[in-house]
Design a protein around this ligand. Structure first.
Ligand code: 48F
Length: 262
């Protein structure tokens, strides 16, 4: 049978549109497909929570690909190793409680885990704003545009999806929390200053431990996960140790599921 390029085009456009329309109304929308966002997505989707991730870049995986300083290995502690094993990622012990894994294998398998669980990932789409409703100005959705539009600084209006909950998993920049503070008059985050406290310098032990505690609902309808949680709540960065990111992803899913039930 001869191939027809127009059929190929229609297959992409018709099916993308059908899928995107289905995901204009979700339980949980996640900004950022780094390790924290992807682990959260897998946990949610496998518990039948309708979950979508929007990722600005062409590739998912955030800061995990590059390991530490471009050496493609990540380090995890015991709890992190156990999560990597759930994804069938090979780990080796270095010394007691320090394990390492290949960063490329880790991204590939964590991505596969999120997809297999049923989470939908849309890449090349940037979250540029939030939708709010009600007296408490609760977050009720995300405002999106093509990353190409953002990069080219084109004057093109965005589109919007509705979500019962949003997870800010945008990493160090905590972009959704910044939007909330910059655009919602009088907005206060549930932090000690009401604002983004800011990430502290490297202290892996404290940063890793704080991360789970920092993975909370910081604003009505908005949960923080991964490095965004430490940036918003004012805890240290931790460099190429990734156990906390994975645990935070799981914790964000748990917080979301508890909120969806309440
Ligand atoms: O930065 P990132 O990997 O965040 P994470 O999951 O993990 C942090 C670690 O990689 C590392 C670390 C380990 O100790 O500190 O930094 O918390 O992934 C964040 C993803 O969000 C995307 C960004 O491209 C990246 O893939 N992102 C950021 N802003 C937006 C966004 C946005 N406005 N819209 C869509 N995606």
């Amino acid at each position: 049978m001869k191939l027809d390029e127009v059929v190929i085009t229609k297959a992409i456009i018709e099916n993308f549109t059908k899928l995107f329309v289905e995901y204009t109304d979700v339980d949980v929308a996640i900004a950022g497909a780094g390790p924290a966002g992807m682990v959260a997505a897998k946990e949610l989707a496998e518990n039948n929570v309708k979950t979508v991730i929007f990722e600005r870049k062409l590739s998912v995986g955030g800061g995990m690909w590059g390991g530490g300083a471009m050496f493609p290995l990540i380090v995890v502690q015991k709890e992190g190793k156990e999560i990597l094993e759930e994804y069938n990622i090979k780990t080796e012990q270095y010394v007691p409680n320090y394990y390492y894994a290949n960063s490329v294998e880790s991204v590939a398998k964590i991505t596969s885990g999120a997809c297999d669980a049923g989470a939908k990932i849309f890449n090349l789409i940037s979250v540029e704003d939030v939708m709010i409703r009600g007296e408490d100005k609760r977050i009720t959705g995300l405002v999106l545009n093509w990353s190409a539009v953002e990069l080219a600084k084109l004057h093109v209006d965005p589109i919007t999806i509705r979500a019962k909950l949003v997870i800010d998993a945008t990493g160090h920049a905590a972009e959704v929390c910044n939007v909330v503070l910059n655009k919602i008059p009088g907005a206060q985050l549930k932090t000690k200053t009401g604002k983004i406290v800011g990430e502290l310098p490297m202290w892996a032990d404290i940063g890793e431990k704080a991360l789970v505690e920092n993975t909370v609902e910081v604003y009505p309808g908005l949960i923080v996960a991964g490095m965004a949680a430490n940036a918003v709540l004012g805890s240290p960065r931790m460099g190429p140790i990734f156990g906390g990111m994975l645990i935070s992803g799981k914790q964000a899913a748990k917080v979301a599921m508890d909120l969806l039930k309440s």
